[in-house]
Design a protein around this ligand. Structure first.
Ligand code: PLP
Length: 302
């Protein structure tokens, strides 16, 4: 599947499968701002979910979701199982389980967007890490080491609808041989041993950055996972929701990014850091050295 096709495929699936018209995209696993793109009447649910995120209670948030689903007009809920598109936030305890149970009780399909989390939060993605299996999942990015591949996977009865004619899915680049070969090659590299050593280096980088920023007097929260984490300037406490991330000091972080660029390290201005298998100990050491120097520069206000 070509990048971008996975989400469209999932949306076609849920329309074909449920005979309902609404899709609720939950912006984060802790149920933050829900953007309901399809119909305005779901906006009430969005604000309710955002409010519940502030309370930070996983089960409570799932109950809010359930209240919305109980109206019976939602075909599918799509969410990142851990919020990594913005920040790097693990789901509140009980939230994913509660969301799945709420979907089950109301005949709604649960879709996990593992485009970022897939193959990064572990060999089997966030769903294995947090022990919750959705009905459908979408993967991309790390599935083929950056080659333009996306995959929609999930329950057999839902996937069968592509074959039995219930849902039409076409695409010029579907199963394109070169990208499929890239995917097979990438998958063969994703061994437990590789994850273990890369995770150790990722934690060293993540924790090293946190220590350096603290020593430099820069207010920041460094949160997230081993191979994917987030550096948030200006936060007093780890972000638990999209709303918390609105308080980020983005101006200072961009200065940090520029200071790092001058030292040969290119980072994403939105605060996300990704560690790959080629980031060996020498790369981690060099990066930490650059981070120390860049942090000192921006702390001094140069
Ligand atoms: C979490 C997440 N889901 C979906 C997408 C959409 O991917 P695509 O570029 O295939 O539309 C992105 C894009 O980066 C993403 O980060």
């Amino acid at each position: 599947m070509q990048r971008g096709e996975e989400g469209r495929g999932a949306r076609r699936r849920r329309r074909g499968g449920r005979g309902r018209g609404l899709l609720v995209p939950v912006r984060v696993a802790v149920s933050v701002a829900v953007r309901v793109r399809v119909r305005v009447r779901a906006l009430a649910a969005a604000s309710a979910l955002a409010a519940s995120a502030a309370a930070g209670r996983g089960r409570g948030e799932a109950l809010v979701l359930e209240a919305r689903l109980a109206r019976g007009d939602i075909a599918a809920v799509i969410m990142e199982p851990a919020m990594c598109n913005q920040g790097a936030i693990a789901p509140a305890p009980g939230y994913l389980e509660g969301a799945l149970a709420a979907c089950r009780r109301n005949g709604t399909i649960l879709i996990f967007d593992e485009v970022i989390t897939g193959f990064r939060l572990g060999r089997s993605g966030a769903q294995a890490r947090f022990g919750v299996t959705p009905d459908l999942s979408i993967f991309a990015k790390a599935i083929a080491n950056g080659f333009p591949v996306a995959a929609l996977v999930g329950r057999g009865d839902l996937m069968d609808m592509f074959a039995t004619g219930g849902v039409l899915h076409g695409g010029t680049f579907n199963s394109q041989p070169v990208t499929m070969a890239a995917m097979v090659a990438a998958q063969n590299e994703l061994t437990a041993q590789q994850y273990e050593s890369a995770s150790r280096r990722g934690v060293r980088l993540r924790d090293g950055i946190a220590t350096i920023l603290q020593e430099s007097g820069i207010k920041a929260q460094v949160t997230g996972f081993e191979l994917m984490f987030h550096v948030g300037f200006g936060l007093d406490a780890p972000a638990r929701s999209y709303r918390d991330l609105l308080k980020l000091d983005k101006v200072l972080y961009v200065k940090f990014a520029h200071a790092l660029l001058k030292r040969g390290v290119r980072i994403l201005e939105r605060g996300a850091w990704f560690v790959s298998f080629v980031h060996d100990d020498a790369v981690i050491d060099a990066t930490l050295e650059a981070v120390r120097s860049a942090a000192q520069e921006i702390a001094a206000g140069k």
